[in-house]
Design a protein around this ligand. Sequence first.
Ligand code: NDP
Length: 246
Amino acid sequence: MDALVLGWIVLSLLSFTSLQFLSAPYGRHARPGWGPNIPSALGWVLMEAPAVVVPLVFLGMTERRGAATLALTAMWLLHYINRTFVWPMRMRLRGKTMPLVIAAMAFGTNVVIDGLNFAWLYVYGPERGVEWLSDGRFWAGSLLFFVGLAINWQSDGILRNLRAPGETGYKVPYGGAYRWVSCPNYLGELMEWAGFAIAVWSLPALAFFVWSVSNLAPRARAHHRWYTETFPDYPPERRALLPWIW
Ligand code: NDP
């Protein structure tokens, strides 16, 4: 299992390197040449569904009911029930499409990394029972997770309100953590998975955080560059992902 997880971290580094040259072709970076498209809302539900189904399958099949295991599963599900079902319905995605191949690749990678994380929590790793609830790593990680979740949801809300129903163009977002960075939704998401990795304290959770960085850091850079090239009055003090730094 550890070899698989280490392989995943190597794959993340390869993905990070290739995304320096090639932005994933959805949203503002969409371009022809990536095969058939499907409605974006359907794509999001399909590709994120494993993140809801996999933990529920493990929860239903194993005997483990440790208090911290259940709390960590609830945190994960809170994020992913929103991302899979609520976010695609609330975001103004009507008329938007994404390549089927992107949804299929994300579906496949989610099955593997979600499976590794929940196999560790429910089968292979040491059980995170009630005693883990008083471990400093659980508290520090959970705090980081929930601060990240709040930033991610607030930023998603700001983006959602930029478009009136039927609108498809782009505007400069203001407010919340947009004061400091171009992609606070990605910053919040990365804080969540860093927090989760600390709260679980497992190699698969670390691999999931590394995987998320490998996807979101290059995309934040591409978004930031796109904003500065598209809007001449774009706030110059804003960074891509890390306030005051990068
Ligand atoms: P984006 O910020 O690119 O877009 C989110 C939504 O907001 C899209 O509907 C987009 O429209 C719209 N939007 C973005 N900027 C503007 C703007 N300036 N004006 C008007 N509308 C705008 O995020 P992603 O689609 O890449 O990701 C969505 C969520 O999924 C994020 O919260 C991200 O953290 C998460 N995610 C997590 C990954 C991981 O590895 N854990 C990987 C990828 C995403 P449009 O589609 O038309 O651009």
